[in-house]
Design a protein around this ligand. Structure first.
Ligand SMILES: *Cc1c(COP(=O)(O)O)cnc(C)c1O
Length: 366
């Protein structure tokens, strides 16, 4: 029995990558924002429909650098229901995370609970478009405007998602993408900051390259966050295949929803009202009405070779470096705790056959 993992990278035939490697070999430029890097930044901003893209070696470095670029300090309001890198990027900047509970339907930061968490030290809000479902961007921006806060979106799940007015990556001051191998769109390792104006992009370019402006001028204590030429070349190739990959994901999403309809105690996350979704994940909530609980179902799937994942469990606020914070207390985050105890992300990736989707759904159904 071959295991079915929660995700699998969508890899084009190897032959298609060779010409890109040949170009790199010919140019002898391996990094330092060379031609592949520049071409990929350009191609991505066109594909995504955004003004400026700054490529990074990974999403975490992009988050850490985005916080630096906006000069964020003090306290930042964020969600406990995410991957640890969201909050870790704050600690790497000496910023105190303040956890606010999520909305039970969207699993995104609940705007109605943000104001109560604002203190004189608060400088920004860092929401996550969880599973690629857009946050309530208007409500969040309104609060940010009222209290003069910055908004930095961890958009690691939101590649290619568009709402009625275009890419959701245009919202807030900056948005950060991850191109890790497990993501919808991947470059082995990689990430990007989406920025609205050339000035910010220039500052980010300095920050990701040690603070160098030219050979003899260093203007900031920058980091080495640059994406290499090989990763950028792979990104260019992936872009050619992303639309077919998203279309396959959509079919799988649809199939799961059909097969799981009406199963007692199982709730599929509502489809979002977006122009284009990316079907990055397929989370189900295993409620008290189901025959077995979430962990029971998780292990049952494992026995049949299906490696579902408990994203996001445990909550970030439960890890040792966060759990002492007042905002990390369970009583402050009831919705997030319930979600973390019920959620199970089922396998979804372009090469997953519909028969296997049906098989997985039948195991959930029982
Ligand atoms: C994957 C992910 C990151 C980190 O990205 P890397 O490229 O792996 O460093 C950050 N936030 C969220 C929500 C993620 O899913």
């Amino acid at each position: 029995m071959t295991p079915i993992y929660v995700t699998q990278p969508h890899l084009p035939p190897l032959e298609e990558f060779i010409p890109y490697l040949q170009k790199i070999w010919d140019s002898k430029t391996l990094t330092n924002c060379g031609p592949m890097h520049q071409e990929f930044e350009q191609a991505l901003s066109e594909y995504l429909g955004v003004e400026h893209v700054a490529l990074f070696a990974n999403g975490t470095l992009a988050l850490v650098t985005a916080l630096q670029a906006l000069r964020i300090t003090g306290e930042v309001i964020t969600t406990p229901y995410s991957f640890v890198a969201t909050a870790h990027s704050l600690l790497w900047n000496g910023i105190k995370p303040v956890f606010v509970d999520i909305n039970p339907d969207t699993l995104n930061l609940d705007p109605r609970k943000i104001e109560a968490a604002i203190t004189p030290q608060t400088t920004a809000i860092m929401p996550v478009h969880c599973y690629g479902h857009p946050c309530d961007v208007d409500a969040i921006q309104k609060i940010a405007d009222n209290y003069n806060l910055r908004v930095l979106y961890d958009a690691a799940h939101a590649f290619g998602v568009r709402d009625a007015s275009g890419s959701i990556l245009r919202h807030g001051d900056l948005s950060v993408l991850s191109f890790h191998a497990t993501k919808v769109f991947q470059t082995f390792e990689g990430g990007a900051i989406i920025c609205p104006d050339a000035k910010t992009k220039q500052r980010i370019n300095h920050l990701k390259n040690f603070g160098f402006v030219d050979e003899v001028t260093v203007v900031a204590p920058g980091i080495n966050g640059k994406m290499s030429e090989v990763n950028a070349a792979f990104g260019l190739l992936q872009l050619k295949h992303i639309d077919e990959a998203l279309a396959r994901r959509q079919e799988i999403d649809r199939a799961y929803r059909n097969f799981l309809e009406g199963v007692t105690g199982i709730r599929c996350l509502e489809k979002r009202a977006v122009e284009r979704a990316n079907y990055a994940y397929f989370p189900i909530m295993v409620g008290p009405g189901h025959q077995i609980d979430r962990d029971g179902l998780y292990w049952k799937l494992r026995e049949h070779g299906v490696h579902a994942r408990r994203y996001f469990y445990p909550l970030i606020s439960e890890f040792p470096m966060y759990r002492g914070l007042p905002s990390a207390q369970r009583a402050n985050l009831p919705v997030a705790h319930e979600a973390a105890s019920q959620v199970l992300c089922l396998p979804i990736y372009p090469a997953l056959p519909i028969e296997q989707v049906e098989f997985i759904a039948s195991l959930v159904r029982n």
